[in-house]
Design a binder for this molecule. Structure first.
Ligand code: NAD
Ligand code: G6P
Ligand code: MN
Length: 443
């Protein structure tokens, strides 16, 4: 009988996503049994606010699970089976700069897209590499599921710098969209969908979606998306913030560019950058919204739980998206070969794309990690876009490795949403100043 129980470490314990993930883990404890739940963060004060509340939650709902929270890497990373990595190097203060600096130059300012995403990438690389090294030192048999952003650049860096590490880079955007597709089709959930998808992270397309009997669901989905994008409305979207509503609706215009596929929402930034800039307020960006809503609610609710010494009446709910993280752990732990997306070295999965590109494709997950499924050729439109964007991501990692100003300038200039090398240079020079505590000194 398999009576294993697992020890899970959340790295970035102070993240706004932590309580939702803890609830998801507790809800699925029969499927994925826990013996220990640990938090690690390099900001002890921020983490403590979340940890004090989660300790109460765990004690009330699963008293058999040991709970620990630490800022000491050896303590945190020892005796761990799975690491869930969700750090934000530079925190919201730097995310705000990533958004506002490009916008001040008339360019899209976004967490993972364009100059903002590249700037965040150069901060995240050493942070995530350090987590991988701690894991390998203190729990060499553990697996890391990393969703610290920008996942595309982080995955390219770990491919190069830690090629043999047990790290799997993942994203919840396709999960969110597939939940919407299931709702649009009145299906139970995304697990009813058998899909083909290819591209880069935050930069991909569905080419085929069927139900389990093989029935083609693309025609019905396309008809809906052409009119409404991925906006479901009603009860489904009652808590969706206005900026996400805009993104889900805009998918209709993104879809129009290639009616043979269904797009990831993030393609709006690459295909409609002037529209996005027109709809942005350079003084009040997504970070300001997150600080005013998600961060405020999460930290407020944690403080309330601590004050009451009880989480019995909490309004925290299991984060539906994070069920895919539990599914991934379960698939690895029990070798289920469940089919899910990962951000992974291409190695032929998209046959006409550089084998060293870091792509996002469906994989079979089991005890040895992710086995990619061949998606065939990218069409001309996709091949052109993927090749350009992947070069941007590779140049960003080159720049970090080589401390090269010119490589970073090339990355900014090649990026589809930056109009020319002059604007790229202006943004870059402002970003060097803003990131002086995080980036290597560029030569
Ligand atoms: P957050 O700022 O609330 O939390 C991040 C935490 O990481 C903070 O507590 C911070 O102190 C900590 N941290 C920063 N640098 C660290 C380091 N070097 N070592 C240890 N801890 C460190 O951020 P959030 O909005 O909750 O998001 C967390 C991360 O998850 C971000 O990278 C975000 O982009 C990512 N995310 C990814 C996906 C995906 O689909 N891949 C989905 C949601 C969130
Ligand atoms: C999606 C993406 C994540 C990204 C998040 C941003 O979930 O897949 O990679 O971090 O959106 O959401 P936010 O609410 O922080 O703007
Ligand atoms: Mn993502």
């Amino acid at each position: 009988m398999d009576d294993r129980k697992f020890s899970v470490l959340i790295a970035g314990g102070g993240s706004t996503y932590t309580p939702g993930i803890v609830l998801t883990l507790l809800e699925h404890i029969k499927k994925f049994p826990l013996r220990k739940l640990k938090f690690y963060d390099n900001d002890g004060e921020r983490q403590k606010k979340i940890a004090d509340a989660c300790r109460i939650l765990v004690k009330e709902r699963a008293p058999e699970v040991e709970f620990e929270s630490s800022t000491n890497p050896e303590e945190a990373f020892s005796d761990v089976d799975f690491v869930m990595a969700q750090i934000r190097v530079g925190k919201y203060a730097m995310r705000s700069q990533d958004e506002k600096i490009p916008l001040a130059h008339g360019v899209v300012g976004q967490e993972t897209t364009g100059p903002g995403g590249i700037a965040y990438g150069l901060r995240s690389i050493p942070g995530v590499i350090q987590l991988v090294d701690y894991m390998e030192k203190y729990s060499p048999n553990a697996w890391m599921l990393n969703y610290s952003n920008p996942a595309a650049i982080v995955a390219e860096a770990t491919r190069r710098l830690r090629p043999n590490s047990k790290i799997i880079n993942i994203c919840d955007m396709p999960i969110d969209i597939m939940d919407r597709m299931a709702a649009i089709l009145n299906l139970k959930d995304r697990n009813e969908l058998v899909f083909r998808y290819y591209g880069l992270n935050h930069f991909g397309w569905w080419t085929d979606i069927r139900d389990k009997t093989g029935k083609d669901l693309m025609p019905a989905l396309k008809e809906y998306v052409a009119k409404n994008g991925y906006w479901v409305g009603g009860d489904y979207d009652k808590n969706t913030e206005a900026s996400w509503e805009e993104t889900f609706k805009k998918a209709a215009d993104v879809y129009a560019l290639d009616p043979s596929t269904l797009p990831n929402t993030y393609l709006k930034y690459y295909l409609y950058p002037s529209w996005v800039v027109k709809h942005s307020d350079p003084k009040y960006t997504r970070t300001d919204e997150v600080e005013a809503y998600r961060q405020k609610n999460v930290f407020g609710e944690c403080a309330r739980i601590v004050k009451n010494s009880s989480a019995k009446d909490t309004n925290f709910v299991s984060d539906q998206h994070s069920t895919y993280i539990v599914d991934l752990c379960t698939a690895i732990a029990y070798d289920t070969k469940q089919r899910m997306l990962a951000i992974i070295p291409n190695e032929g999965a998209i046959s006409n794309i550089d084998p060293t590109a870091t792509v996002e494709v469906p994989c079979l997950f089991g005890a040895t990690g992710a086995e990619r499924i061949a998606m065939g050729k990218a069409a001309t439109f996709q091949k052109g876009m993927i090749t350009e964007q992947n070069s941007v991501e590779k140049l960003a990692v080159d720049a970090w490795e080589q401390h090269s100003y010119v490589k970073l300038w090339e990355a900014f200039s090649l990026c589809k949403i930056v109009p020319d090398a002059g604007v790229a240079k202006d943004i870059l020079d402002d970003m060097i100043v803003a990131n002086k505590d995080f980036w290597p000194e560029l030569k």
